[in-house]
Design a protein around this ligand. Structure first.
Ligand SMILES: O=C(O)[C@@H](COP(=O)(O)O)OP(=O)(O)O
Length: 261
């Protein structure tokens, strides 16, 4: 089967709370110093391989936007249009936002933390007004710019619910771009990229549990004219380093390994 389109998915570079092992989700943390370097190195790798983007899509969270800027800068492609949507935001982790994964594993067990993080249709408890980050999120004026009223924005999400809110944007906005021959980079988040991968690759509800994306590593998908993958996804870069980075993300939910970086 011939590849007709290349699509690049990217989980942003490391953010401050990735480093502190806290669920970040809709809290607008910036990239850490290491995250800036990861994004720059990602851009350099894409530049070295000669890729050219026509359109970049990001969430409305700073870490995905900063990553897109740094990648385009490293590629001398700063002029490429960037379009932002809340529909590419990270999964809303509800009441778990701000909590430390290793501490959660200690209190609730590693299995429960894995279910919250990686299962397809388990929804964490919702955020409510008593939560320390509720006001910061819902008073942020960026959420008045969305295509749904602020009261209808999620208060928690399973991966399935991420896919439900992401798919209309994928189908109506991103797909036409790709089908018209443009090369697209989606600079987003671990779980918004996982949701899209599940859709594109037809990953089952049980197998998606085993898909983890490290920060700052571009994922190349080669698609046919119907946007079906013609070969397995490729995580670009040093494969040994990528496997270690995936393990480290998985270990964030372990009692003893979670707070080691
Ligand atoms: O919300 C967060 O903390 C992480 C994902 O956490 P896990 O699902 O890996 O626990 O999202 P990202 O760093 O990609 O924006």
């Amino acid at each position: 089967m011939m590849s007709k389109h290349k699509l690049f998915l990217l989980r942003h570079g490391e953010g401050a709370w990735n480093r502190e092992n806290r669920f970040c989700s809709w809290v607008d943390q910036k990239l850490s110093e290491n995250g800036v370097i990861e994004a720059q190195q990602c851009g350099q790798l894409l530049q070295d391989r000669g890729y050219k983007f026509d359109h970049v899509f990001t969430s409305i969270l700073s870490r995905s936007i900063q990553t897109a800027w740094l990648v385009l800068q490293a590629m001398d492609q700063e002029w490429v249009p960037i379009t932002k949507s809340w529909r590419l935001n990270e999964r809303h982790y509800g009441a778990l936002i701000g909590l430390n994964r290793a501490e959660m594993a200690l209190n609730h067990g590693e299995e429960q933390v894995k279910l919250w993080r990686r299962s397809y249709d388990i929804t964490p408890p919702p955020i409510d007004e008593s939560h320390p980050y509720f006001a910061e999120i819902y008073n942020d004026r960026r959420y008045n710019t969305c295509d749904v009223p602020i009261e209808e924005l999620p208060k928690t999400e399973s991966l399935k619910e991420v896919l439900d809110r992401l798919l209309p944007y994928w189908n109506n906005v991103i797909v036409p771009e790709i089908k018209s021959g443009r090369t697209v980079l989606i600079s987003a988040h671990g779980n918004s990229c996982r949701a899209l991968l599940k859709h594109l690759e037809g990953i089952s509800d049980t197998d998606i549990v085993n898909v983890t994306l490290p920060t700052g590593i571009p994922v190349l998908l080669e698609l046919d004219e119907n946007l079906k993958p013609v070969k397995p996804r490729e995580l670009l870069g040093d494969q040994a380093k990528i496997q270690t980075a995936i393990k480290n993300v998985e270990n964030q939910g372990k009692v003893n390994l979670g707070n080691k970086s």
